[in-house]
Ligand binder design. Structure first.
Ligand code: KG4
Ligand code: ZN
Length: 341
C-alpha cells in the first residue's frame, strides 16, 4: 500500500510517500520511505513563528514540495492508496493549508483521507525507525514535552510540562539573544562554546512526574540582560538545568515501569547533550537508549504518511470523506484510540 503524508502543523511544510505492507517487518531502516521532502518557514531574527506568515509560506511551497516528492518516489499520484494529513495539534492557519490541500487531492483523485495526530506521528515513526516494541517514550519538541507509556490502546501520559515546552524554552531564550525561531540548535552551539567553569543556579522545578520551565525562562532572560555575563555560559547553564529536570522525570518513569526500551523523539531530540545525559540514565536502569534518526526527529511528512497508513490498514473507517477534513489545534495525543498496536 502506498501512502502520501502531508505535514503542516507549524514551521514545516512536508510531503512524503511511504510503502506499507501487511507484514511490514521485512522493511528495515528507512527503506519504506520512498521520498520525503520539506521546506521550513524561517522567522525574522528575534521573532517566533507568525502563524499567518507561516501559513503563507506553506501555501507558496506546497505545489513544488508535492511535485518533488512524487518525482523522487517515482510514484504516480493515481497509484497512491491513501492520503494522510496532520490534523492537529498545531497552529490553526498552518493546519488548514495542509487540510485544504489534502482534501482537494483526495476528492479530485478519489482517495481515502486520514486525519493524523501530529504527536502520534513522531512516536510511530520513531518506533518504526528504531525497530522497537513498546518503549517508554519522551516527546520533546516545540509543541510537546511529554513522557509516554503505551497501555491498553492508548498512549498514557506519565508526565508532561505544566507550562511551556522544552522547545519553547529554547526558542524564547534564543529570540531574546537575537536568533530567529526555531533556535534550539543555536543554543546548543552557544553552550558548546562555554568552557563549563560556571554553572549559574537556575530554578529547577519538577512536581511529581511533571516539569515546569517558565521560572527557568524568566531567570535566564534576566541573566541575559546583564551585559557582563558570557552568553555561552548562560546557554550552558540553561541546558544543564533543563535537561537535568527532564532526566529526573525519565529516571523516575524507568524505575516505576521497569521498561527496557527508551525512545526520544521530536525536534529537541537532535540535542547531543540531552542524548548523552539520557544514555547515562538508561544505562543505570539497564534499559536500551534509542533516538529517532536525526533526519526524522523534526517535523516531516513521513511521520504522517506512516501513521496514516497504519491507521487505515488496521481499520479503513479511519478514512473520512474529504468534506469532513477538519483540524483541531489542541488535539491531545492521549485521546487517540490505537487499535493497531
Ligand atoms: O518536532 P519539531 O520540528 O516541531 C514541533 O513539533 O514543534 O521541533 C522543533 C523544536 C524547536 O523548538 C527547536 O528549537 C527544537 O525543536 N530543536 C532543538 C534542537 N534542534 C531543534 N532544541 C535543542 N537542541 C537542538 N539541537
Ligand atoms: Zn513535531
Amino acid at each position: 500500500m502506498l501512502s502520501l503524508g502531508i505535514e503542516s502543523t507549524a514551521h514545516t511544510f512536508g510531503c512524503s510517500i511511504i510503502k506499507h505492507c501487511r507484514d511490514d517487518r521485512h522493511t528495515s531502516g528507512n527503506e519504506f520511505i520512498l521520498s520525503e521532502i520539506r521546506d521550513i518557514y524561517k522567522a525574522s531574527a528575534g521573532w517566533g513563528i507568525h502563524p499567518r506568515d507561516a501559513s503563507k509560506h506553506h501555501a507558496m511551497v506546497a505545489s513544488r514540495i508535492l511535485k518533488e516528492c512524487l518525482k523522487e518516489s517515482k510514484v504516480d499520484i493515481k497509484d497512491i492508496d491513501v492520503i494522510s494529513y496532520s490534523a492537529g495539534p498545531g497552529l490553526g492557519p498552518c493546519l488548514r493549508i495542509g487540510a485544504v490541500i489534502s482534501r482537494a487531492l483526495a476528492s479530485y483523485h478519489d482517495k481515502p483521507l486520514v486525519p493524523v495526530n501530529h504527536a502520534l506521528g513522531h512516536l510511530e515513526l520513531g518506533i518504526k525507525l528504531c525497530n522497537l516494541d513498546n518503549p517508554l517514550t519522551l516527546l520533546v519538541s516545540g509543541g510537546h514535552t511529554m513522557l509516554l507509556v503505551y497501555h491498553k490502546n492508548k498512549w498514557r501520559v506519565f508526565g508532561e510540562t505544566l507550562d511551556i515546552t522544552l522547545g519553547q524554552l529554547f526558542d524564547q531564550v534564543g529570540r531574546k539573544i537575537g536568533f530567529a525561531s526555531p533556535c534550539g540548535n543555536k543554543i546548543e552551539d552557544m553552550a558548546n562554546l562555554s568552557n563549563r567553569n560556571v554553572l549559574y543556579s537556575l530554578p529547577y522545578i519538577i512536581k511529581g512526574n511533571d516539569v515546569s520551565f517558565s521560572g527557568l525562562l524568566s531567570s535566564v532572560k534576566k541573566l541575559l540582560e546583564k551585559n557582563s555575563i558570557n552568553i555561552s555560559d548562560i546557554c550552558f547553564s540553561l541546558q544543564e538545568t533543563a535537561f537535568a529536570i527532564i532526566v529526573e522525570a525519565v529516571e523516575r518513569a524507568l524505575a516505576f515501569t521497569e521498561n527496557k526500551e527508551f525512545l526520544i523523539v521530536g525536534g529537541v531530540s537532535a540535542n547531543k547533550r540531552l542524548s548523552d545525559m539520557l544514555q547515562i540514565a538508561c544505562k543505570s536502569h539497564n534499559c536500551s537508549f534509542n533516538s529517532c534518526p536525526l533526519r526524522y526527529c523534526g517535523d516531516n511528512g513521513a511521520q504522517i504518511a506512516w501513521t496514516g497508513a497504519q491507521m487505515y490498514f488496521s481499520d479503513p473507517s479511519f478514512g473520512i470523506k474529504p468534506e469532513n477534513a477538519i483540524v483541531d489545534q489542541s488535539w491531545r495525543l492521549d485521546s487517540v484510540f490505537i487499535p493497531w498496536r
